[in-house]
Design a protein around this ligand. Structure first.
Ligand code: ASP
Length: 591
């Protein structure tokens, strides 16, 4: 039907006769001349109708917003003074000759350029309208270019695109499973995959050697923060490559992707151990654009009587750390109160601070409610260690190490952002040398990644000191967001069994849940490893969107529902009977 996209017309097309198809973005009547802004996925162009094309002028006169039109006309330069430098097509316009209404439209539920006024719920209910907004079109276009570039890169590197099942058994990635009842196996359920983890490992056992998939993953989590119950991973697995090689290839993939799609050359990716990231940034995904760091002062605080600091300083699981903010002494009491509230969300029971007014004046030059509890020599040593300078504010965290890391780590981001300290550009890194396990709070261990991650130590050491063992896992972090993570996997049975033992999964349970994997490890499993990138996060960062919902065509709401299709929904009694399911309410009614 069309000869050109509206949004792609340029001066080079002047004098061409073109046929366009698109939606009426806006219609204006300027004293006998009608201006239609016609929109398609590539953008908007201005079409002008003069009264001399009588019949078509009349048609143009009656169209309204969001009508679908086919327009034929001639491209011409805009008159002096009407050039619009804010529009990609702003140098030209189309003089309309013919217009055909392909379809009319009722008054839209919201004006596309007033989407912010209606709230996200309405946008999601009429998502097909919301997606017509140029901004959303750009984002989905970008997303498509990203997957296209990724596929090309991986294809060129010899990766095979292999699909894995959606109806499957539980894959543990630390979330709750979405379950699907089986009709043919009464009382039994499929789980939707939290990731293709086990299948991709099995593909390595089968010899496919380099696998990838742009895979849907399902995790039934409470949707705090910016999560989706179904999301997309760029899922990768390789055999016969070690962690350096795997990080090498995937780093190159991300580098070329940014080059291709954004024309951005990413800087070096430093490698940082997990321990260093926690020590310096209180986070395993540090945002290196912010030039603030945590500094431990446990040893100094062991010399004070102030219980709030002394307790955690003496406790091997505690931490006392300081966060110095250069120039922060102008932060007001009110703002400090707000920050105190902010860190309380992360479990901190307070937020101590010192303002450095005049360092040369010693303690006299400092301002703080906690100074009276600290000997002068300790304060002096602390100022030296923190490299304090006049005009700084220093915040303190003292608690269990995990609370200090989380709260000061979050405060670092908040203050850094509030104070305008976030550097322009991109700050990638690899975080490596993760612990194998973390304390589950009940005397046991949970895996920091998943239970198929290979330990960096031998089996004997692993079993003897699981809390100290490091894994062969790695995460790629960009601007404080975890873009992807993976590991070298366990490929022999004894190690896998030892890890299950440490996790408190007994042999019977392991057989029941992962028998197929344990068997596969017996039949010649090659050394293998891989990783997965979160596609939604990646596109969000690349497009500058604020939420992953803005880069997913049909996302779920915060309560894991789709307001457009009204999913999830109820089903009828016959369907339930087929599935051998009886609802509790039904039972109550019958009782
Ligand atoms: N399956 C892991 C995840 O979903 C990624 C990996 O280890 O490859 O996080």
């Amino acid at each position: 039907m069309r000869s050109h996209y509206c949004g792609l017309l340029r001066s080079a097309d002047i004098d061409q006769t073109v046929t366009l198809c698109g939606w009426v973005d806006r219609r204006r009547d300027h004293g006998g001349v009608i201006f239609l802004d016609l929109r398609d996925r590539e953008g908007i162009v201005q079409v002008v109708f003069d009264p001399d094309t009588e019949e078509h002028f009349a048609t143009a006169d009656r169209v309204r917003s969001e009508y679908v039109l086919k327009v034929t006309g001639r491209v011409r330069a805009r008159g002096e003074g009407t050039v619009n430098p804010n529009m990609a097509t702003g140098d030209i316009e189309v003089l309309g000759k013919e217009v055909e209404v392909l379809n009319s439209a009722e008054t839209p539920p919201f004006q596309l350029d007033e989407h912010t006024a209606v709230g996200e719920e309405v946008r999601l209910r009429y998502r097909y309208m919301d997606l017509r907004r140029p901004e959303m079109q750009q984002r989905l276009l970008l997303r498509s270019r990203v997957t296209d570039a990724v596929r090309r890169f991986l294809h060129n590197e010899g990766f095979l695109d292999i699909e894995t099942p959606i109806l499957t058994r539980a894959t543990p990635e630390g979330a709750r499973d979405y379950l699907v009842p089986s009709r043919t196996h009464p009382g039994q359920f499929f789980a939707l995959p939290q990731s293709p983890q086990l299948f991709k490992q099995l593909l390595m056992v089968s010899g496919f050697d380099r696998y990838y998939q742009i895979a849907k993953c399902f995790r039934d989590e409470d949707l705090r923060a910016d999560r989706q119950p179904e999301f997309t991973q760029i899922d990768i697995e390789t055999a016969f490559l070690d962690e350096d090689a795997i990080m090498g290839i995937t780093e190159r993939m991300i580098r070329e992707l940014f080059q291709d799609v954004l024309d951005v050359e990413l800087p070096e990716f430093p490698h940082m151990s997990w321990a260093e990231a926690m020590e310096r940034f209180g986070s395993d995904k540090p945002d290196l654009r912010i030039p603030l760091e945590l500094v431990s002062i446990d040893d100094l605080m062991q010399r004070v009587d102030f219980k709030v600091f002394r307790g955690p300083a003496d406790d091997p699981r505690g931490r006392v750390a300081a966060l110095r903010v250069p120039g922060g002494s102008s932060i007001s009491r009110k703002e400090i109160d707000d920050y105190t509230k902010y860190v309380s969300n992360y479990g901190a029971r307070g937020l101590a601070w010192i303002k450095v007014n005049d360092l040369a004046a010693g303690v006299e030059g400092l301002q703080s409610p906690i100074l009276k509890f600290m000997p002068e020599d300790v304060v002096a040593e602390m100022m030296t260690r923190l490299e304090a300078a006049d005009g700084d504010i220093i915040f303190f965290g003292a608690d269990r190490a995990s609370v200090v890391n989380e709260s000061l780590g979050a405060l670092r981001l908040k203050v850094g952002t509030d104070q305008g300290m976030v550097a322009e550009g991109w700050a990638p890194l690899w975080v490596v040398d993760f612990p194998m396990f973390e304390d589950d709070g009940e005397g046991g261990w949970t895996p920091l990644h998943h239970p198929f991650t290979a330990p960096a130590c031998d089996l004997e050491t692993l079993s003897r000191t699981p809390g100290e063992a490091l894994s062969r896992a790695y995460d790629m972090v960009l601007n404080g967001t975890e873009l992807g993570g993976g590991s070298v996997r366990i490929h022999n049975l004894a190690t896998q069994e030892a890890v299950f033992d440490i996790l408190g999964i007994d042999r019977e349970e392991a057989r029941e849940k992962f028998g197929f994997l344990l068997d596969a490890l017996k039949y010649g499993a090659p050394p293998h490893g891989g990783l997965a990138f979160g596609l939604d996060r990646l596109v969000m960062l690349m497009s500058g969107a604020q939420s992953i919902r803005d880069v997913i065509a049909f996302p779920k709401t915060q309560t894991a529902a789709c307001v457009m299709t009204e999913a999830p929904g109820t089903v009828n009694a016959a369907q339930l009977r087929d599935l051998h399911i009886r609802l509790r309410e039904q039972e109550k009614k019958e009782a």
